[in-house]
Design a protein around this ligand. Structure first.
Ligand code: UD1
Ligand code: UDP
Length: 356
């Protein structure tokens, strides 16, 4: 069995690691293709090193650019690789431009497509990811869903064949790497942080970074919260803050906020577990907050991960300053989050279903 796995962005390295491990252990030939969508050391290579992902067989080094250009460049190069490799399966993850390019390239060559994290919907067509998800799911032959909601979403679009619940491969990764993270990471002492004595924040969605009013609202809320906040800054966000800084002196104003470079996965797992609360627009971090039983305030108008909200561990507040500050003060879920995202064996299920 030959499988071409296509990844390109930070969350895809994490999602794919538990699956790749199972595929390789079973003796399948996996050709790993990195589109190069993310390329900074801290957005890419660090994950390969920390999660023990083998060097990609090909790195297309596409880099950044407008959506159509970026997706088109990937499509051209992926078609060449898929034509040469003739795999039994093309495996894609999540909802980035790398996902869509992989799905379209495979579809045009009539190669079978397996989509991990199928069926997620925000029902917000302003998000580039929503187009990528819908189009990829409609090309896919095997659709691996992390939740029942994802299965229901696909059914509403008429997709029932090839749909399987497998759980969430990000949960597999958390179970596999938390112990080693807690042993190896020195991030808490490096940043002089006490467990539960700080908040953790990330933002990178265009809704928050590219609409200046929303970015200002979020940063002002962070300042007004007036608790220590650790904020590993995505490169997209770093650029937008620099633009604001011409007018606002962001770092000077936000004395309680530590803006740091993006961190590796092991440091992130430690930062998440020890945060009093997480403020984020990240899909992956909403789930990781839930896995660790850390309250999450989601800085988006909606979420795909509705189970985390229904279970009482996530509150969706958008980019509204008053709602962000109020939720951060008042949101105190109790108890333990239920096991909604599987049992840490999603990667194994994916492998078995691909086997047929
Ligand atoms: C992409 C995904 C998004 C995912 C996110 C994970 C799409 C449409 N979006 O968003 O779904 O949640 O990755 O982090 O696929 N940049 C660097 N160095 C890097 C990578 C990016 O400087 O290594 C900068 C560039 O200025 C680039 C910008 O970040 O233009 C955005 O990168 P891009 O990959 O286009 O989108 P993300 O916002 O990262
Ligand atoms: N992450 C990380 N370092 C960071 C920010 C995020 O390791 O500085 C991890 C995080 O733990 C999660 C994944 O990257 O596993 C989420 O990626 P991101 O927020 O970029 O994308 P999304 O999940 O929103 O698509």
């Amino acid at each position: 069995m030959k499988i071409v796995t296509i990844v390109g962005a930070r969350p895809q390295f994490i999602k794919s690691a538990p699956v790749s491990k199972m595929l390789r252990q079973t003796g399948y030939q996996e050709i790993l293709v990195h589109t190069g969508q993310h390329y900074d050391y801290k957005m890419s290579q660090v994950f390969f090193e920390e999660l023990g992902i083998p060097e990609p067989d090909a790195n297309l080094e596409i880099g950044s650019g407008p959506h159509g250009w970026q997706t088109g460049q990937m499509l051209i190069r992926l078609e060449e690789i898929l034509r040469a490799e003739k795999p039994d399966w093309v495996l894609v993850y999540g909802d980035t431009n790398s996902t869509l390019a992989g799905a379209v390239a495979a579809c045009k060559l009539q190669l079978p497509i397996a989509h991990v994290e199928a069926g997620l919907r925000s029902f917000n067509r302003e998000m580039p990811e929503e187009h990528n998800r819908v189009l990829t799911d409609h090309c896919a032959d095997l659709l691996f869903c992390p939740t029942q909601t994802a299965i229901d979403n696909l059914a509403k679009e008429g997709i029932t064949a090839g749909v399987h619940w497998v759980g969430d491969t990000m949960y597999d990764a958390v179970l596999q790497f938390t112990e080693v993270a807690n042993q190896r990471s020195t991030i808490l002492s490096d940043l002089k942080l006490a467990s539960k004595g700080y908040l953790l924040a990330t933002i990178h969605r265009p809704y928050n970074t590219d609409i200046p009013e929303n970015l200002v609202n979020i940063l002002t809320a962070f300042k007004e919260i007036n608790e220590p906040i650790v904020f590993p800054v995505h490169p997209r966000t770093r650029k937008k803050i620099a633009e604001l800084d011409c007018r606002l002196n962001v770092e000077g104003l936000m004395l309680n906020v530590k803006l740091i470079e993006p961190v590796g996965y092991l440091d992130m797992l430690v930062l998440e577990q020890n945060a009093r609360l997480i403020l984020t627009d990240s899909g992956g971090m909403q789930k990781e907050a839930f896995f660790f039983g850390v309250p999450c305030v989601t800085l988006r108008p909606e979420t795909e991960w509705v189970e985390t909200v229904e279970a009482g561990w996530n509150v969706v507040v958008g980019a509204n300053k008053a709602r962000i500050t109020a939720a951060t003060k008042e949101f105190r879920p109790a108890g333990t989050p239920p096991a909604i995202f599987g049992d840490g064996r999603a990667g194994e299920r994916v492998m078995k279903l691909i086997e047929g």
